[in-house]
Design a protein around this ligand. Structure first.
Ligand SMILES: Cc1cc2nc3c(=O)[nH]c(=O)nc-3n(C[C@H](O)[C@H](O)[C@H](O)COP(=O)(O)OP(=O)(O)OC[C@H]3O[C@@H](n4cnc5c(N)ncnc54)[C@H](O)[C@@H]3O)c2cc1C
Length: 361
């Protein structure tokens, strides 16, 4: 691998030009772009390469077409031309890292970023729980925006059978599962678990599932199964209490309570960004989504030398997700241009026709 670690005593900071925090698709795409320009870097991830995708349930498919989530100009091919699964995409990311000889410091959370005496950044990582400091001229935060499941804020939410993640579908066979949520993740989970032999119910606060926010290939089936009572229809309700046996759902219309039996409760209502590192680094966060402040032409934040890339730019997205991998590729070009002293007026041509506000259906 060609970004070998310089040797250093334990107390001495190791040095590089750019530290990239986050080896998701955008962090990795940026690493390849820096390699192509001959800019020295080190790439860290708190988990493995593509950590965010690694916690999706097995065999989950991307909603986006393969060409929109491919990175670094490497084609993403599947044997049947279908949209890539979690497994295919993780394999693809490993292949990209291998092809371009990108060394990723995995299981290496970055826990602090501070200015040092020579006006560089001291970036503290904790491999194996032991602090290790890197000195860098610039830092890029490609940290994503889905660190924790959003919470309902109701009694019983911390019981062990309540989960913000869909696990392998096999484990739900023959069980009563209540899913809270009404957008793609919740609807896809409801359909997959129904087909895997679970007894599924769906609680959603709207009076019906939000058609505009559900992929067209999921919609007819969920509507049909809800109408036929094969998936329990609790639209127009809010969970107010969870016990070890059931969930109390309150009607939005009249406030009445219904108790729904549940062996498992899945709260698939979205995810929140961890703001700790951005706050430590002095990045200003604005509006209800606590979006980091940055210059859209360069991706540099209000802290000179610290850049932001990928879905991290959007903060904690509300239920209407607008920032996806597929409309973030131009961040890479902007950062490389700024670091290498080139200037670009707008998104590069190869991405301009791909910029959109929703993943492709
Ligand atoms: C079920 C599901 C389906 C989806 N389908 C699509 C889709 O079809 N199309 C689409 O565009 N998007 C989709 N998404 C969203 C998708 O996850 C993101 O678009 C994509 O992962 C964003 O890439 P990223 O590189 O910006 O961030 P991420 O992939 O989130 O990568 C961020 C990385 O930063 C690391 N990190 C965070 N903090 C630290 C730290 N302090 N130190 C070190 N490392 C850190 C994380 O471990 C992670 O690996 C989907 C999401 C879900 C849950």
């Amino acid at each position: 691998m060609s970004n070998p670690q310089p040797t250093a005593s334990p107390d001495e900071a190791r040095s590089t030009r750019v530290v990239i925090v986050g080896a998701g698709p955008i962090g990795l795409e940026l690493a390849v772009a820096l390699r192509r320009c001959g800019i020295e870097f080190e790439l860290f991830d708190a988990g493995s390469i593509g950590h965010t995708i690694s916690w999706w349930a097995p065999q989950t498919r991307w909603f986006s077409s393969n060409e929109r989530i491919a990175i670094a100009g490497v084609p993403l091919l599947t044997s049947d031309q279908s949209k890539a699964t979690r497994e295919q995409y993780l394999t693809y990311l490993r292949g990209v890292a291998t092809q371009f000889e990108i060394r990723v410091h995995t299981q290496c959370p970055v826990v602090n970023i501070a200015r040092d005496d020579s006006d560089r950044f001291a970036v503290t990582t904790k491999p194996g729980g032991q602090p290790s400091v890197w000195s860098a001229e610039a830092v890029v935060l490609a940290i994503g925006g889905t660190d924790f499941p959003k919470r309902l804020g109701i009694p019983g939410e911390d019981l062990p059978h309540v989960d913000g993640y869909l696990r392998e579908t096999h484990r739900y066979f023959g069980r009563d599962v209540l899913i809270v949520g009404g957008r793609n993740s919740a609807i896809e989970a409801a359909l997959r678990l129904h087909h895997a032999g679970a007894n599924v119910s769906l609680s959603y606060r709207g009076s019906e599932v939000p058609e505009d926010h559900i992929k067209y290939w999921l919609l007819p089936e969920i509507k049909g199964l809800l109408a036929a009572g094969r998936i329990g229809d609790f639209t127009g309700t809010l969970p107010v209490r969870i016990t070890s046996e059931c969930v109390h759902l309150q009607s939005i219309d009249d406030g009445s309570i219904v108790e729904v039996k549940a062996d498992d409760v899945l709260t698939l209502i979205g995810y929140e960004q961890d703001k700790t590192l951005m706050r430590m680094a002095g990045i200003e966060l604005s509006d209800s989504m606590q979006r980091p402040t940055y210059d859209e032409n360069t991706m540099q934040t209000n802290v000179p030398g610290i850049y932001i890339a990928g879905t991290a730019t959007a903060g904690t997205q509300s239920s209407k997700y607008k920032t996806f991998l597929e409309n973030c590729h131009d961040h890479v070009d902007k950062i490389v241009a700024h670091l290498s002293g080139r200037h670009i007026d707008s998104a590069p041509l190869q991405y301009r026709d791909q910029i959109m506000t929703q993943p492709e259906s």
